[in-house]
Design a protein around this ligand. Sequence first.
Ligand code: AQP
Length: 332
Amino acid sequence: MKRIFSGIKPTGHLTLGNYLGALRRWVETDQHQADAVFCVVDLHALTVEHDPGRVRRLSRQAATLMLAAGLDPERCTVFVQSHVDEHARLSYLLECTATDGELRRMIQYKEKGARARAAGESVRLSLLTYPVLMAADILAYGTDEVPVGEDQTQHVELTRDLAVRFNQRYGHTFTVPRATHPEVAARVMDLQDPTSKMGKSHEPGSGIVYLLDEPDVTRRKIMRAVTDSGHEVRYDRAERPGLANLLDILAACTGGDPEELAGAYPSYGALKKDTADAVVELLRPVRERHAELVTDPGAVDAVLRRGAERARGLARPRVDAAYAAVGLLPAG
Ligand code: AQP
């Protein structure tokens, strides 16, 4: 059975982008078709300025939302990255495989590093090395497929390069994984700035739909989405990014095709209303289940404990093999 691995960073409240780009596929497809491993990648949240209490709260919230969305711990493994030491152990070996040049080329490093410098903050070394830790997350599990939004494509490419390089130097150790993307809404854009990704760590604003927003808040955000000054509803990502974003979201919610949907709408207002209704209905069961689960944090902790135990058992033999392969003396 193929192995799937993917994760979510606790850097903010989960968004519609996380749901349509990743989480929904994990629930509806991946956990049924593969031995799937899903992780709250909390170590990745430490690469930028962070508040310890907030990271802790967001980690628990992300895990709770993953379960609320429908991940079934009887079908897949759900855990928190920092509970499994193998990720950090393997990351070091991969740092010894990667070059600083290839890490400096990563778009996210360039963008976030520039943002931090512009704000007068120092750039943490871990921001540079974060894609290597992500490679370790993936390779530790012998992963075949990594279901992610398009923003993660470059990091999965790096993971593939590191796996191939390691295997060539030290003998076959890692499966070379590939990224998979949803057919629509692989990149949900900010409703107020449709040229930039809807990201959970971005400044909170009316352009970001959070999974736990109240329905009327979600409706308002979508009704106020930036479009353009035209009238005709046409799907054109380059010329009309705001409209295309709404059509992508509606198509992802209803299972339609964004170009065909465009033809069905006489006005922007009608499109926004249907999109708002579709999003609210899509998220309703997730919000309801989340409200139940938060009343029993012990049950969520128990799932995470069992998940971490299983994850350790899956990762350890491969990470031990990698340590031996590079020439480190096995502990007696
Ligand atoms: N807007 C999006 N559209 C489609 N997929 C998305 N994903 C994130 N945003 C979108 C996918 O969700 C999974 C988990 O994302 P993440 O936690 O790695 O990143 P984020 O939500 O984008 O959080 P940040 O902290 O705001 O990230 P960055 O580092 O981009 O600044 C992934 O599969 C991701 O593709």
